[in-house]
Write a protein that binds this ligand. Structure first.
Ligand SMILES: CC(=O)N[C@@H]([C@@H](O)[C@H](O)[C@H](O)CO)[C@@H](O)CC(=O)C(=O)O
Length: 327
C-alpha cells in the first residue's frame, strides 16, 4: 500500500493522503471481504486482526481486503466501531497488503461522508459505497448525486461503487450509472459487482473497457463466468478460506486451461451449493472461517445469529471431503 507514516490517534482532518501517495498498482485479482471478528459477548475484537492479515497473506495468498462490507457486517456496526476496524486493518496491513479498501456506505449521507474522510485520513487504499437502501435512490441521477457527495470527501483516493441489489434493493443498472461517471466523480475507479446479471456486467466492460475501470465480481460461485467476460478480479467472502484454491482457478484461466479452471469453479460451487441449502450467510461464513483458519471470529451481531453446531459439522465434513486438483 502507498501509505504514509501516520499517528493512529486519529484526528480525521489532519492527514489527507495526496494523490501521489495513492497505490499505483491497479486493484485486481482476489480481494477478501473480511469478516469482523467479535468477542463472545459481541464486541469487535481487534486483537486477532494481525493474525488474520498474516493468515490471508501466508495461507491464502490474498493481499487485498475489503473491510466493513456485507461480510464484515459494516451496516450492523456503529460509526465508531467501523473507524476502529478500518484503522486496525490499515495498521496491520501496512507493508503486508497491497490494497485495503474500506466500505463507507451508510444510510445517511453525513455518516458516509464522515467514514470517507476517516478512511482517507488513515491511509486506506480506496473507498467503496453501496446505494442507501432505506430511502432509496430511484434514478441514476439520484444515486450518482449521493455517491458524488461521498466521493468528494476523499478526493485523493480511488472510489468504487458497490453494487449489491439483492441486499440494497436498488436495481439501477450499472451500465447506466457508468455513463459519464468520471465527470461527476473524478476518483471513480470501478465497481464491485455483486449481482448475477452478467449482461449488465458485460455491457459495463464492453462500453468502458476493463483497462479504464476495474470490475470486481462478487458472486464467488460464478466467478469464472465473470472472468470470461472480462472481470479484473473478485471481492468475496470465500476468498478468506478458499483464496488459495481460487487463485489456482485464476491462474488456470490466465493460462487458457479452461478445463482446470472449471474444475476449481465446480468444486467451489459444490461446497457453496451444499452450504446454501443448509442456510448460508455472514454468520455461517464466520463459522467456516473460524474452523478453517483457527482464528476465533466469534458470533455475528443481531439480528444475525450464530451458525448451529450441526451446520458447522456438516460444512466442515463437506469441505474436508473435496478433492482439489493437484495440477
Ligand atoms: C451476498 C453476499 O454476501 N455476497 C458475498 C459473496 O462472497 C457470497 O458470500 C458468496 O458468493 C457465496 O454465496 C460478497 O459479494 C459480499 C462481499 O463481498 C462483501 O462482504 O462486501
Amino acid at each position: 500500500m502507498g501509505l504514509i507514516a501516520i499517528s493512529f490517534s486519529v484526528n480525521e482532518n489532519r492527514v489527507i493522503l495526496p494523490s501521489s501517495m495513492a497505490p499505483r498498482k491497479k486493484l485486481q485479482g482476489l480481494v477478501a471481504a473480511t469478516v469482523t471478528p467479535m468477542t463472545p459477548d459481541g464486541q469487535i475484537n481487534l486483537s486477532v486482526i494481525r493474525q488474520y492479515v498474516d493468515y490471508l497473506v501466508s495461507k491464502q495468498n490474498v493481499k487485498n481486503i475489503f473491510v466493513n462490507g456485507t461480510t464484515g457486517e459494516g451496516l450492523a456496526l456503529s460509526i465508531q466501531e467501523r473507524k476502529q476496524l478500518a484503522e486496525e486493518w490499515v495498521r496491520q496491513g501496512k507493508d503486508k497488503l497491497d490494497h485495503v479498501i474500506i466500505h463507507v456506505g451508510a444510510l445517511s449521507l453525513p455518516g458516509s461522508q464522515e467514514l470517507a474522510r476517516h478512511a482517507a485520513a488513515i491511509g486506506a487504499s480506496g473507498i467503496a459505497v453501496i446505494a442507501p437502501f432505506f430511502f432509496k435512490p430511484t434514478s441514476k441521477d439520484e444515486l450518482l448525486a449521493f455517491l458524488r457527495e461521498v466521493a468528494s470527501e476523499a478526493p485523493a483516493i480511488p472510489f468504487y461503487y458497490y453494487h449489491i441489489p439483492p441486499l440494497t434493493g436498488v436495481k439501477i443498472r450499472v451500465e447506466e450509472l457508468l455513463d459519464g461517471i468520471k465527470e461527476q466523480i473524478p476518483t471513480f475507479q470501478g465497481v464491485k459487482f455483486s449481482d448475477t446479471d452478467l449482461l449488465d456486467l458485460a455491457q459495463c466492460i464492453n462500453k468502458n473497457g476493463r483497462e479504464e475501470f476495474v470490475f470486481l465480481y462478487g458472486v464467488d460461485e460464478q466467478l469464472l463466468s465473470a472472468l470470461a467476460i472480462g472481470a479484473n478480479g473478485a471481492v468475496g467472502s470465500t476468498y478468506n478460506y478458499l483464496g488459495q484454491k481460487t487463485n489456482m482457478m485464476l491462474q488456470a484461466f490466465a493460462q487458457h486451461d479452461l478445463a482446470l479452471a472449471r474444475k476449481y469453479q465446480f468444486l467451489t460451487g459444490e461446497f457453496l451449493n451444499f452450504v446454501i441449502k443448509l442456510g448460508f450467510g455472514v454468520a455461517q461464513t464466520k463459522a467456516v472461517m473460524t474452523f478453517v483458519s483457527g482464528i476465533p471470529m466469534g458470533p455475528p451481531r443481531l439480528p444475525l445469529v450464530k451458525a448451529s453446531e450441526e451446520f458447522i459439522a456438516k460444512a466442515k465434513a463437506k469441505l474436508d471431503s473435496i478433492v482439489w486438483p493437484t495440477n
